[in-house]
Design a protein around this ligand. Structure first.
Ligand SMILES: C[S@@+](CC[C@H](N)C(=O)[O-])C[C@H]1O[C@@H](n2cnc3c(N)ncnc32)[C@H](O)[C@@H]1O
Length: 241
């Protein structure tokens, strides 16, 4: 994905810094806005991740939740799968909020594009609404795969492309007109909520992301649409080589 800001090319480092600063700015209102702007549907989407992953995990599984933010998915995974879950994010204010919600879990600072783990360290990795924010989707997928044990599972939850044209137009209008206004008013950072639909529009759709996963070395890649394709859940298994 070409990195641009208002049409100007920016470096991967610049991109990361901007994204980190943006999430730091909106962190105090991040959870509230997630629930408000999605009418609480975001909770259902995260539950879909735990439902999907739960039957795939071995006993005492080690799961890495990448770009965990304020920790909602890490906590849901921990509470509903019995796995040991580690949350990782590169934005400290988001991690501090995660740590306050659950003292049993470990949340660590790290970059999704340079994960501080050895190859094959985890039984499963998850990333919810994080992949889209990386300076390189391909680089992110490579790292996901690298830290997975052979045959380990990756589950990706991300905004996607609504499948029905009329509904797609409605969602686009909501995301470009209403969402930045509400997001701006509540968080004080309209930019962040303009970035959201913008980054979604540049992100690969369902089929394209599945293809990128296969290219990155995942097998058994499948996806399911959530809420008419507003979001999608992709699952893939690290190939054994
Ligand atoms: C939209 S939030 C998603 C948070 C959480 N997974 C959720 O479902 O609410 C995106 C998160 O990705 C993190 N992030 C973006 N780029 C990252 C990177 N390169 N390394 C680690 N975290 C990153 C941000 O700091 C932010 O917390």
């Amino acid at each position: 994905m070409g990195l641009t800001n208002n049409g100007k090319k920016i470096s991967a480092e610049d991109h990361a810094r901007r994204v980190r600063d943006m999430f730091a700015r909106i962190s105090p209102r991040y959870d509230l806005l997630n629930h408000l702007l999605s009418a609480n549907v975001d909770k259902r989407w995260r539950r879909a991740v735990t439902r999907k992953l739960s039957p795939l995990l071995p006993p005492r599984a080690q799961v890495l939740d990448i770009a965990c933010g304020t920790g909602d998915l890490s906590i849901a995974l921990f509470e509903n799968t019995g796995a040991q879950v580690l949350g990782l994010d590169f934005c400290r204010p988001m991690l501090e909020l995660a740590a306050k919600k659950n003292r049993q879990l470990s949340f660590i600072e790290g970059d999704a594009l340079h994960l501080p783990f050895a190859e094959g360290a985890f039984d499963a990795v998850t990333i919810a609404f994080g992949l889209r924010n990386l300076s390189s989707v391909e680089g992110g997928l490579e790292e996901l795969r690298r830290v997975l044990k052979p045959k380990g599972w990756a589950v990706i939850l991300e905004f996607s492309k609504p499948t029905v044209p009329g509904f797609r137009a409605l969602v686009a209008t909501y995301c470009t007109r209403l969402l930045p206004r509400i997001g701006g008013l509540v968080s004080g950072s309209r930019n962040a909520y303009e970035y959201l639909p913008d980054s979604v529009s540049r992100f690969p759709d369902q089929a394209a992301l599945a293809e990128l996963m296969r290219d990155a070395g995942f097998d058994e890649v499948v996806f399911e649409n959530l809420t008419g394709g507003i979001a999608a859940l992709h699952t893939g298994r690290r190939t054994y080589e």
